[in-house]
Ligand binder design. Sequence first.
Ligand code: 0GY
Length: 311
Amino acid sequence: MAKSHVIQNNDTVQAGPATDYMSFHPAPKRPEFCPPDGAVDAHCHVFGPADQFSFAPTRKYTPVDAPAARLFALRDHLGFARNVIVQATCHGTDNAAMLDAIARSDGRARGVAVIEKDTTEAELLRLHQGGVRGVRFNFLKRLVGDAPKGDYIRIAERAAEMGWHIVVYFESQELPDLASFITALPGTIVIDHMGRPDASGGLQDVGFANVRELLDKDERFWVKVSCPERLTQSGPPYGDVVPFGRYLVEAYPDRVLWGTDWPHPNMRSHMPDDGALVDLIPQIAPTKELQRKLLVDNPMRLYWPEEVADV
Ligand code: 0GY
């Protein structure tokens, strides 16, 4: 087994990326699929640059720099118009790199922050003015250790006061233990990366059934049909994961989002070609209408509601 570059709890975090840390694809293909006008990459990150935006002392990994300029160049190359930048654990609760990227985006980026339970009112307002529209709760032990659930309840109340939604990242096998906690959270709740089902089980996977049950029972739940590269057992071109995305897009067309997950932190098996990820979209959203909902209407409703015309 390859040596993990992810620092385990209680270990000393390394200063720079581990020698086996995989950087993003240096030259993604230009996709054959042409996204609709106004398409939004609703899950991506910026990292550093470390000499301007230091990584959190509590981080479990140290990524390669992935600055805003690279993200926006990728956006244009892939034929997208906007980004939603999600705060990743390596920057902890210091949202500065994300806010700086949004400020450089000419209004074409919004953000999902990670905050403390006692973040001040003034700071919440500053985040909102800086483009933040959601907070993220991460339940992956390899990324955060034990999730501070008591803090999350307080943070959720504060997010609700701001009119923000909550993004939750968990692995589907954890869902039975988490379901009552996350269903009690207020407002809209977006599930990252399809709730990370076990793709080897196919659509009958019990974890995927649990995710679907949440979506069926409670219309406040949305889901990102992202990260085939993390879920695949068969590798590129991710034919084993496509049916999961397609199922979700067809069953919940008004509550799905899509994102590249660039720069793909912590990938170990391989680094995806972002252009090839875009080329999967017509397989998971086979009609123009589903593509428009997935890439434009849904993310615009969540992140740029003021630009969605009343009809
Ligand atoms: C992702 C996935 C990962 C990392 C993080 O916040 C993070 O550090 O979310 C992962 O390692 O699975 O969404 O970028």
